[in-house]
Design a binder for this molecule. Structure first.
Ligand SMILES: Nc1ncnc2c1ncn2[C@@H]1O[C@H](COP(=O)(O)OP(=O)(O)OP(=O)(O)O)[C@@H](O)[C@H]1O
Ligand SMILES: [Mg+2]
Length: 238
């Protein structure tokens, strides 16, 4: 079976800065793949390049067998790649309910299925049901992350990209976010996860990659990376 997403020999620059230096990786359908690395390693850059917000200088991105390297960002969303960015962008001034409705509009769909999607959202995130009429900007950080993830899911993505979903959250909320990620995987969603919390990210992952200053230095099963002495030393505080 071909991978859902495949990246080959990707080079990404910001002006003269060579941020991504020839990386290759793949994600099979149904997998959670974690990308870990220190601040500035190039994780967000990689994700932005997959979603079409940045264009690589060299290399290719293949999604469901098609070359999407030159496809524009809004078309990539329609192809089935949803990205929850770092810092969880939601409409701060709108209610939870309106944010959810807008999430459903990112794809062409019938009214009926949009309603089903909304019901599914509140089933996935029961905490949001109680807060339907609350202004999104007044939600706690963890609640905003849930709303952002929920909105991305309304597009029924084939691939969900999460950039640091646990950032700034209390341990309790981090666990909740990871529970949601697990649940999404059980439902068959394919997920590319970027996390500073390497231990949790690798525990939940089928496979993982370590990114160091723009290069992939280690790759393997989540469990293998958790037991890899170098990964332990550099990223797991052991
Ligand atoms: N818009 C930009 N212009 C110039 N350089 C940039 C830009 N965005 C990122 N960079 C640089 O590219 C490198 C990779 O940044 P990136 O944001 O991808 O790292 P990251 O792995 O996501 O880090 P973090 O864990 O801190 O979020 C960094 O050196 C960063 O300073
Ligand atoms: Mg980042």
């Amino acid at each position: 079976m071909n991978p859902l997403l495949e990246i080959n020999d990707l080079d990404v620059f910001y002006g003269n800065i060579h941020a991504i230096k020839g990386i290759s990786l793949h994600i099979n359908e149904g997998e959670i793949v974690s990308l870990i690395g220190a601040n500035g390693a190039g994780k967000t850059t990689t994700l932005h390049t997959i979603s079409g917000l940045l264009k690589p200088k060299n290399g290719e991105i293949i999604f469901e067998g098609d070359d999407i390297t030159k496809v524009k960002a809004h078309k990539i969303v329609k192809l089935g790649i949803s990205h929850v960015p770092e810092g969880r962008r939601i409409f701060q001034g709108l209610t939870v309910s309106d944010n959810v409705k807008l999430g459903a509009y990112t794809i062409n769909d019938s009214r009926e299925s949009m309603k089903e999607d909304r019901t599914e959202f509140y089933d996935n995130f029961p905490r949001m049901r109680e807060r339907k009429n609350q202004i999104a900007g007044t939600l706690s950080g963890g609640e905003q992350q849930m709303l952002a993830m929920g909105r991305a899911l309304m597009a029924r993505p084939k691939l969900l990209i999460l950039d640091e979903p646990s950032m700034g959250l209390s341990p309790l909320f981090v666990e909740e976010i990871f529970k949601v990620i697990k649940k999404l995987k059980e439902k068959g969603t394919t997920i590319l996860l970027v996390e500073q919390n390497a231990k949790m990210a690798l525990s939940i992952a089928d496979r993982g990659y370590v990114l160091e200053t723009g290069k992939i230095t280690v790759e393997g099963l989540g469990q293998e990376l958790l037991n890899n002495p170098e990964v332990k030393k550099a990223y797991l505080g052991a």
